[in-house]
Design a protein around this ligand. Structure first.
Ligand SMILES: Nc1ncnc2c1ncn2[C@@H]1O[C@H](COP(=O)(O)OP(=O)(O)OP(=O)(O)O)[C@@H](O)[C@H]1O
Length: 729
């Protein structure tokens, strides 16, 4: 019966103390460790069961026996160290990969030491822990039951050595077969109780982990959706999804599992200590002094080893940088016949890495000798003194066996607590990023709440200056002013990169101008309730995005019950079909086998570009908006699709207030006003004819496009189409 079995298994799962790397190394280390322990335990049991007098007839021989045991332990420790040295060599590659991953996950480990930084880190850790506690508080009952089950399991576990000692006494000294059988039954009952409560604890914690995981994901997702567009411009999408997909699970798993083990080890240690004092207070005091000494040595070594690990990692990163640079520019390397110098540079970096790794291996070897030897020294010391107590009839042999088992269990608990605490701090480091993101406040102020009874849709931009947060040094709009009155169709034209789409984004309040105002009906766009406003100001983007759902649900996107829209306000099937008719796509949808229920596929891949765009137009129109923002994009469409989209837009523009980023001459010709945008300002405005007559930027733009169009006309023009409508500006 080994009371540490559960500890060892769980320990291996959750703890990542610095000196143990790679499952192979850890496995072999554990085997060697177990061998030593079994050797020692075997001796202890032998000595205790048969009585020191039988095995070693007198105290002197007993001492010789113990000296022999010390030799055995030392040999075992050396064997383990040797084995470790070899394993260190073999697992070097795997370990560095693991380290690189760990450092990527927890860059706080890589930050330079500094008082301010350390204080900030502490504050951030505290906030992370508080957040996680707050999230877990919702499962107080579940977790309390899990902890109670854990405590009962620890109690039952602590009883096992106690009964084992009694069994030894009944079988050897007292020779009481009835008590022997009864105690064996008790031992089995304690084992069963321990197993059942361990199972309950494990199951409940798994439920807790999953619930925390779901809660973290939900809150993180909500926080991400709340963020300003500037955040998405700078954040890497892979990183964001990895936070959501991997980090949340890691955090929930690591934190819960480590807290679970910590609580269990703590309870176990307390109970074991009580039993130990009960078995022999003298021995308990000795153990209590020796175990922390042994653990302190491990701790000091751990810090040194981590430092060494960082250096190794830095060296490896430099070697990788040399390889990356060479492989990323292999053509240049070859063209300049620089292969030899690149190889030499890489080898030099690897040599530095190798030397450091040798130091690491040596340090690891030393550690293993100490770490293997010291616990056994503790055991041997306890056994030596305990043997004397037994010889002096101050303690029974069974109590000594119990004590030895408790001592094993206690050092296991201490070790496990130390490991779990360091693993917890790493997990808190990983959680930091998730919690930080959950608490991140968008750069834009809180959404407005204004929902007026009437909305004419008068749009006004006055003296707007703007730079994207991702490129704060590049001004995009420089004091731009414009007005769109209800019923007007205003077209924005100008060369690419002039800032037309940026104007549309500001009107949507995706970004805030650094200076100036964007207003609807005289009120700042940010004051309006965004949900309310999105129904009154609709957009058709340059590259409309459809989602993997039915056509009907794509048209209704954002207007369904799940979006918080009251049932009475959700557009009906008739509304959807009407919008599709206006968008010139109804007949196409009806021709599909499943009509409005036809799937669009991921990003709308099952539809053509023109169909996608017309569905996006229907999506805008189903809102019955007061203002339509159109960022025309027809350049990617073939002539037929373009004509279909254009027909739809022409129809719409007659009945709406429209601000259109125009690429077609037909749109521009019909516009109430044309604004020519260049370098972030309106350089010309007026009707088509007036601007042509003025002979400025606009007329030059039209002339240039006419020439370009004439040269490609035969490819892009339908037979019934003149050169005009298919022009792109
Ligand atoms: N998200 C962004 N982050 C940083 N800079 C951006 C971003 N979007 C656009 N820009 C930059 O802002 C400037 C104006 O871009 P914008 O898309 O508004 O021009 P445009 O007139 O609509 O061009 P086009 O007609 O080609 O669509 C460009 O220099 C562009 O590189």
């Amino acid at each position: 019966m080994t009371p540490c079995t559960a500890t060892t298994a769980e320990h291996a799962l959750v703890c990542s103390p610095p000196p143990r790397f790679g499952s192979g190394a850890k496995g072999q280390y554990s085997q060697g460790w177990l061998l030593c322990e079994m050797l020692l335990l075997g001796k202890a049991v032998l000595v205790a069961i048969y009585g020191l007098d039988d095995v070693f007839p007198d105290t002197r021989t007993g001492n010789v026996g113990l000296a022999f045991m010390f030799c055995c332990i030392l040999c075992s420790a050396l064997c383990v160290a040797l084995e470790t040295l070899l394993v260190t060599h073999f697992v070097t590659g795997r370990r560095d990969k693991a380290r690189a991953l760990t450092s990527e996950e927890t860059p706080l480990l890589e930050k330079p030491d500094g008082v301010d930084e350390a204080a900030a880190q502490q504050a951030s850790d505290a906030r992370t822990i508080l957040t996680l506690v707050a999230y877990s508080a919702q499962d107080t009952v579940l977790l309390s039951v899990a902890f109670a089950a854990g405590a009962l399991a620890a109690l039952a576990l602590a009883l096992i050595p106690y009964f084992t000692g009694q069994i030894v006494d009944y079988a050897t000294i007292d020779q009481d077969s009835h008590a022997f059988t009864l105690t064996t039954g008790k031992l089995l009952a304690a084992s069963l109780a321990c197993a059942i409560f361990t199972g309950i604890r494990g199951g409940l914690f798994t439920v807790g982990i999953t619930r925390l995981n779901v809660r973290l994901r939900t809150n993180l997702f909500a926080s991400l959706l709340r963020q300003d567009m500037g955040y998405f411009d700078t954040a890497k999408s892979g990183e964001i999804t990895s936070r959501l997909a991997a980090d949340t699970t890691t955090v929930a798993d690591q934190i819960c599992l480590n807290i679970n083990v910590l609580m269990r080890s703590l309870t176990q240690a307390v109970l074991v200590l009580i039993f130990m004092f009960h078995a022999s207070w003298r021995l308990a005091v000795i153990t209590f002094i020796m175990i922390p000494c042994a653990l302190s040595i491990s701790k000091v070594y751990g810090a040194y080893f981590r430092k060494l690990g960082k250096k190794v990692q830095a060296e490896l990163a430099e070697a990788n940088a040399v390889a990356d640079e060479a492989l990323g520019n292999v053509g240049t390397v070859r063209a300049h016949a620089a292969e030899d110098s690149v190889k030499a540079a890489y080898a030099a970096k690897l040599q530095l890495f190798y030397v450091l790794e040798m130091k690491t291996a040596l340090a690891y070897c030393t550690y293993m000798v100490t770490a293997t030897f010291l616990p056994n020294v503790v055991s041997a010391g306890v056994l030596f003194y305990g043997g004397h107590l037994v010889l002096a009839n101050r303690m029974s042999a069974g109590a000594l066996v119990s004590f030895m088992l408790y001592q094993q269990s206690l050092s296991g608990s201490f070790q496990s607590m130390g490991d779990v605490l360091s693993a917890l701090s790493a997990a808190v480091g990983a959680a930091d990023k998730v919690v930080e993101l959950i608490h991140r406040q968008p750069a834009t102020p809180a959404p407005g709440t204004y929902t007026p009874d009437t909305f004419a849709g008068r749009l006004q931009l006055s003296d707007v200056h703007f730079r994207y947060p991702a490129r704060p040094d590049a001004p995009v709009l420089n004091g731009l002013s414009l007005q769109v009155n209800p019923g007007e169709v205003v077209a924005l034209v100008g060369s690419s990169g002039g800032g037309k789409s940026s104007i549309v984004k500001l009107i949507q309040h995706f970004y805030m101008p650094s200076q100036g105002h964007v207003r609807f009906d005289g009120r700042d766009v940010g004051l309006y309730n965004p949900k309310w406003l999105r129904r009154r100001v609709a957009i058709v983007n340059q590259e409309p995005t459809l989602f993997a759902r039915s056509i009907k649900r794509n048209i209704l996107y954002g207007l369904e019950r799940e979006d918080g829209v009251p049932a009475a306000e959700v557009p009906t099937q008739a509304d959807v079909e009407h919008a599709a008719q206006l968008a010139n796509i109804h007949h196409v949808i009806l021709a599909m086998p499943q009509g409005y229920d036809s799937e669009c596929g991921e990003r709308g891949v099952q539809l053509s570009g023109g169909q996608k765009q017309r569905i996006a137009i229907a999506r805008a129109l189903v809102r019955r908006p007061a203002v339509l923002l159109l960022d025309e994009a027809t350049s990617a469409l073939d002539a037929d699709s373009e004509a279909a989209v254009q027909d739809a837009l022409d129809g719409i523009m007659k009945h709406h207030t429209v601000l259109v980023v125009a690429h077609r001459l037909s749109t521009i010709q019909n516009a109430t006003r044309i604004l020519v945008v260049s370098k972030g300002t309106v350089v010309e405005q007026g009707r088509h004819e007036d601007l042509i007559e003025a002979g400025g930027t606009y007329s030059a733009l039209v002339r240039r496009q006419m020439q370009k169009s004439a040269s490609t006309m035969s490819l892009t023009m339908r037979p019934d189409q003149g050169p005009g409508p298919s022009m792109f500006l």
